[in-house]
Write a protein that binds this ligand. Sequence first.
Ligand code: 13P
Ligand code: ZN
Length: 270
Amino acid sequence: MKDILTAPFMVEMIRTVTNMYAHGWDERNGGNVSLMLDENEVSEYLDTNKILREISIGFTAPKLAGKYFLVTGTGKYFKNMQYDPAKNMGLFRLNKNGDTAELLWGYSDGGRFTSELPAHLMSHIARLEVNPENHVVMHCHPANLLAMTYVHSLDEREFTRTLWQMCTECIVVFPDGVNVLPWMLCGTNEIGEATAAKMNTARLVVWSQHGIYGAGADLDETFGLIETAEKAAEIYMKIAHLPLVTTISDEQLKTLAAAFKVTYREGYLN
Ligand code: 13P
Ligand code: ZN
């Protein structure tokens, strides 16, 4: 068996969570990431018949039965991921009923997956319906997006339009827009179900006064999605209190969508 710490998916995961911390998106244990893996990727590094522990997930996800996931641990600091990956992350396969995580590696101090596993797995299911190439769900607490939920309307069309107007490339990067949930109790199946429902129509879902969820084909794409939305929110927070003199018009946004051949969210431009 090869050393799992040299696996490209592991190297990329560690780089990504370290970068998320460096961006200030993941104070303390804030945030969590799940990466879906193929069995043939994992079996080079782990004996997939050797289950270390079985952990009930508290809901059933039959559509993900038999799938492999690398997931950050609950209560674990992103700051520390790189120094002890086996303590701060775990790799498990969902059992055939889709209700139990079969731990194959990690959570080495007796820990377990993020408390937000419902939102992660339910969002994986929702995004896979839209894009069979989806592999990543990422949650974090970027300051400007969070700040925006205190001072901006939470109407999804309005929220999306504001972000699109803040940087020229936003409509190209997230033409599907940003969906928004009101404040809800985190770590529950309910917020998981609500997040997944929002993931049917967009790859970004804001949790008001909490943070954001992103989904994508790989870690880079998902990171870039959140990075772009957070940059737009940063511009908004810099200018919201100043008189607005110029913006990107709806006509210009349509020109961008046409030039970059993206289909923007229907009804979101005038
Ligand atoms: P976990 O430590 O359980 O991953 O929770 C962090 C978080 O961001 C909750 O929303
Ligand atoms: Zn959170």
